[in-house]
Design a protein around this ligand. Structure first.
Ligand code: ADP
Length: 350
């Protein structure tokens, strides 16, 4: 006999706006609600008795599903965004949680999955990306020529002794360069998303690159940069320009988020078959729950915003993608108000 409480739960789940399914320990679907039927196109009769594999899109690799199963079969909730396929073949994006439901002894009895269809939101994101892509393409050419003309003016003005005009030009050039770098970064983000960021690998000594980067950064930084390395030779086969971009972004951030009287310590050492570079600052630090988010594109920690108007939260996203393309690793250890250490590991070319 169904009591009134059970009835309430049943109606709530039946009428919920998000897709809900219940599967047994083996993953066989036992129940789906009408929102599930609507999102997937599979009726309850078609879905029950099947494995959720019926809506698999083929857009995630084996490791993704292995991680999902490992998480839920160990008793934890899986959260993530999944691309699924409807019965009619169309893809849809879902914000997904799968939670194991346990008995009193803690044994898993069944799983409950909840899907929020976020396809519309994804479509908006796609359009926003397209807009950024077109805008940055269009801005690149005029900006590059303005930069070149100011460079010429700067050279010509060197012979002129009007100090004020000279300083205006230098400042203009600096601001234009910042803007141009921002546009190039936005273009890189788009290339990465399209899987078209070119990587041009050559053989070089990483130690020399790090030295050059630090010399360049010392020129524009008010913070003291200390550099320690036990060895002089770190041969790699990599994209020199891209790695320069990564290092300058990380040390640049350490500078941006530190007090002027604090220092930055850069260290380089070999660890197993890899080079490890660490950049330590004693600045504002990053809260634990923000640490994994800073590598996402356009993400900035709210409290850490500098208000300079020329940062968008894409430097670390690009850094992570570039390091991934070199089969390396990048991560951060940080304490709020104490400082951060960013690490990069790259395979050594032995
Ligand atoms: P940007 O610096 O242009 O905002 P990034 O992708 O380089 O973009 O960094 C993303 C965010 O991570 C920054 O906005 C800041 O909130 C945080 N962050 C990065 N490096 C540090 C650091 N050394 N100390 C504190 N916060 C940092």
């Amino acid at each position: 006999m169904i009591n009134s409480k059970t009835k309430i739960f049943y109606h709530a789940v039946q009428q919920a706006g998000d897709g809900i399914f219940i599967a047994d320990k083996k993953g066989i679907i036992k129940y789906v609600n009408p929102a599930f039927e609507k999102i997937t196109g599979y009726s309850s009769r078609e879905a029950i008795g099947k494995n959720p594999r019926i809506i698999k899109s083929g857009k995630h690799d084996f490791l993704f599903y292995e991680n999902l199963w490992k998480t839920i079969s160990s008793g934890k909730t899986f959260r993530g965004q999944i691309i699924n396929r409807k019965k009619n073949g169309k893809l849809f994006y879902a914000d997904h949680t799968i939670t194991p439901v346990k008995d009193k002894e803690g044994k898993i009895n069944f799983y409950v999955g909840i899907w929020k269809d976020i396809s519309a939101q994804k479509e908006i994101e796609k359009r926003k990306d397209e807009f950024i892509s077109i805008a940055s393409h269009e801005l690149r050419t005029p900006l590059t020529s303005i930069k070149a003309y100011i460079q010429i003016l700067k050279e010509k003005m060197k012979k002129n002794d009007n100090l004020k005009l000279n300083s205006y030009l230098i400042r203009t050039y600096k601001q234009i360069s910042k803007m141009a770098n921002l546009i190039y970064d936005l273009l890189d983000v788009n290339r990465i998303q399209a899987g078209k960021l070119p990587i041009r690998k050559t053989a070089f000594n990483f130690s020399q690159l790090l030295n050059e980067c630090i010399s360049d950064l010392r020129l524009g930084s008010s913070v003291k940069i200390e550099y320690k390395s036990k060895k002089k030779q770190f041969p790699v086969i990599a994209d020199r320009e891209r790695l320069e971009q990564v290092i300058k972004n990380i040390i640049g951030n350490a500078d941006k988020f530190s007090d002027k009287n604090k220092k930055i310590i850069v260290k380089m050492q070999s660890v197993d078959n890899a080079i490890q570079v660490s950049v330590r600052d004693f600045g504002i630090g990053i809260a634990r729950d923000e640490q994994h988010k800073i590598f996402q594109r356009y993400y900035q920690v709210e409290q850490n915003k500098t208000g300079s108007g020329t940062s968008f939260g894409i430097g670390l996203y690009l850094a992570r993608e570039i390091i991934k393309m070199h089969q390396g690793k990048i991560w951060v250890e940080s304490k709020l108000n104490k400082g951060s250490i960013f690490y990069i590991q790259l395979p050594l070319n032995k």
